[in-house]
Design a protein around this ligand. Structure first.
Ligand SMILES: CC(=O)N[C@H]1[C@@H](OP(=O)(O)OP(=O)(O)OC[C@H]2O[C@@H](n3ccc(=O)[nH]c3=O)[C@H](O)[C@@H]2O)O[C@H](CO)[C@H](O)[C@@H]1O
Ligand SMILES: [Mn+2]
Length: 355
């Protein structure tokens, strides 16, 4: 008799039992150790997906990518000298306030490029506001997130009026048709609901960060990854020097946007804010809920969704604050602290354009 013992013989009854019990266990272990996201994550063909994901995440493959990146030469960061002496560059909750002179864009690009971040710029062009699209898009191509993947999400009731603008590689226009509203106030208020719905449905699968901007604006200087953070808000050009009791917060306690006179950090403009897709979803959803509750109580906040945004940022402090360089109105002149005007209001005839 032969002494050969089969170590692995799937055709034998005992080994079949072995396969039936052991193989599922191997798959389960692999799935579990992959974070339990998807059973396909344990298969080899998903490696590339995971690699791409990790790149964007800035997580565990960083050290591999770094080998291929060039060395950087830049002057040593200062520990004993201030970058700016004329403005605050940090909030009491340790969020940086972004002014010209406070950041080195080369260092930031070096960091963000490794993650290959994708940015969604959300803009509404309802009714006559489509006239602002051309200049907005052209100047965004020159100044906004140059060198990065950008999706321009244009929410409009007039898709046919979206102009054809030449875009750099990796950047595209995504036109999303939405209904219009008779009152301009409702167009503004409705932005929160639309952003929350599309973020959950679509944006979350396509980009890493979302930036929401007014359309009656043009870019006139660099706006790049220095703005990106979990959440960021912009200091309103009309109130960045004002005392909090003069902020135009909603002051009626009946509104969900109510803020007392002795509360509030800054007055944030609704014309430029953003964050990671997850955080923008939470923000838009919560503001939308506040707006709906107000509606049920027959009250409309004084500055519409901007009032609700300010209430949200009071309770959920932004992790970065943009100086008014990132939202300026030339009607306010050009104070000395403002070394750059990056995103500027385009003058408009309110009565004409809103009706
Ligand atoms: C710079 C800034 O902080 N602007 C805020 C401010 O004024 P603005 O006076 O700048 O508001 P606005 O007329 O620009 O309206 C806000 C945005 O809604 C869209 N829109 C509005 C009306 C319309 O018929 N079609 C249309 O597409 C468009 O994207 C526009 O940019 O107050 C508004 C609410 O009162 C919003 O909070 C704006 O974000
Ligand atoms: Mn505006």
């Amino acid at each position: 008799m032969s002494e050969v013992q089969w170590i692995y013989a799937p055709w034998k009854i005992k080994h079949k039992i072995f396969i039936l019990i052991f193989l599922p266990f191997v798959f389960w272990l692999s799935w579990y150790s992959n974070g339990g996201n998807s059973w396909t994550s344990s298969l080899p063909f998903s490696c590339k997906l995971h690699y791409d994901h990790a790149r964007r995440d800035g997580s565990y493959l960083d050290h591999l990518l770094e080998i291929r990146l060039p060395r950087m030469n830049y002057s040593q960061p200062e520990t004993m000298n201030l970058l700016r002496t004329d403005v605050a560059v940090l909030t009491p909750w340790f969020a940086p306030i972004i002014w010209d002179g406070t950041f080195n864009i080369d260092i930031l690009n070096h960091q963000f490029k490794q993650r290959d971040v994708r940015i969604g710029l959300v803009i509404f062009a309802i009714k006559k506001y489509v006239v602002f699209l051309q200049l907005f898009l052209e100047t965004a191509e020159t100044f906004f997130m140059v060198g990065y993947k950008v999706n321009y999400y244009i929410l409009t009731d007039r898709p046919k009026d979206v102009p054809n603008v030449t875009l750099a590689e990796g950047r595209r226009v995504v036109v999303l048709k939405i209904p219009s509203h008779a009152r301009w106030q409702d167009v503004c208020l409705n932005r929160m609901e639309i952003i929350s719905v599309f973020t959950k449905q679509q944006f979350i699968h396509e980009v890493d960060y979302l930036v929401s901007a007014d359309i009656d604006m043009r870019f006139s200087d660099h706006v790049g990854v220095e703005i990106l953070s979990d959440t960021f808000g912009t200091l309103h050009p009309g109130f960045y020097r004002a005392k909090r009791q003069h902020f135009t917060f909603e002051r009626r306690p009946a509104s969900q946007a109510y803020i007392a006179v002795d509360e509030g950090d800054f007055y944030y403009a609704a014309g430029f804010y953003g964050g990671t897709v997850d955080e923008v979803y939470k923000l838009a959803n919560q503001c939308h809920n506040g707006i709906m509750t107000d509606k049920a109580n027959s009250i409309e906040a004084v500055w519409h969704e901007e009032s609700h945004l300010n209430k949200y940022f009071l309770n959920h402090k932004p992790t970065k604050i943009l100086s008014p360089e990132y939202l300026w109105d030339n009607g306010m002149g050009v104070p000395e602290v403002l070394r750059k005007r990056r995103f500027v209001a385009v003058p408009k005839n309110h009565a004409e354009i809103r009706n």
